[in-house]
Ligand binder design. Structure first.
Ligand code: GRF
Length: 204
């Protein structure tokens, strides 16, 4: 049994962070062979509500922009995996190198659709709505040096109803995000994600 130390990077409300926190406190997490603990939250925005969520749970939560300071605290906290949960800044190349294939990101669409530079938060759902697609969803992927191009770990679809607005789409997708972000982290800590070129094999 191993306890993995997790750092979560945020920029906003932190509802995905909250989902990760809530699961980490559940009995099944405590009883599973490999489990995780969120040891650190880093925000790119000083006023991110996600910082309050972390502090309420006794988790060290910092507003940090300096990459060297970020690397230093990641090492001090002996972080095993990093989860980007609504983190709007481009992660420093050096961090991506140090934590190669150990950083995951949640994106509110079915990558590669509606992804890449400029596609984040509400902008994604507005583009989805205006495109007329009937299905959208959420993706958790490995972070590489570009925006939203790393190997896909999990995707979950969300059907779009005839009268769904961008806000309704956003709400429905966020509910799915909260589920797959936990599922994907559990796959990572249980070493079930095998990367083969651009494909990702999930070991049973
Ligand atoms: C989510 O929609 C996530 O997919 C996107 O930003 C939003 C973050 O929401 N990257 P929260 O801060 O986790 O509530």
């Amino acid at each position: 049994m191993k306890l993995y130390n997790i750092a979560v990077f945020i920029s906003g409300s932190g509802s995905n962070l909250q989902s990760l926190i809530d699961y980490s406190k559940k009995e099944e997490n405590k009883k599973s062979i490999n489990r995780y603990k969120i040891n650190l939250v880093i925000s790119s925005k000083k006023d991110a509500y996600g910082l309050d969520r972390a502090l309420n749970e006794g988790i060290e939560a910092l507003y940090l922009e300096d990459n060297n300071k970020i690397i230093k605290i990641l090492e001090e906290k002996d972080i095993d995996f990093i989860v980007l949960a609504g983190y709007l800044k481009k992660l420093d190349k050096k961090i991506i190198e140090i934590y190669k294939n150990k950083i995951i990101n949640i994106h509110p669409s079915l990558i590669p659709s509606f992804s890449g530079k400029g596609y984040y938060g509400e902008k994604v759902h507005k583009a989805v709505y205006e495109s007329g697609v009937k299905i959208t969803g959420a993706t958790v992927h490995i972070v590489d040096e570009n925006f939203d191009t790393g190997n896909i770990i999990l995707q979950k679809e969300v059907k779009i109803g005839n009268f769904d607005t961008a806000d309704i789409i956003a709400k429905n997708v966020l509910e799915v995000e909260h589920k797959i972000i936990v599922e994907a982290l559990l796959l990572m800590i249980n070493n079930r994600v095998i990367i083969k070129n651009k494909r990702t094999i999930i070991k049973e």
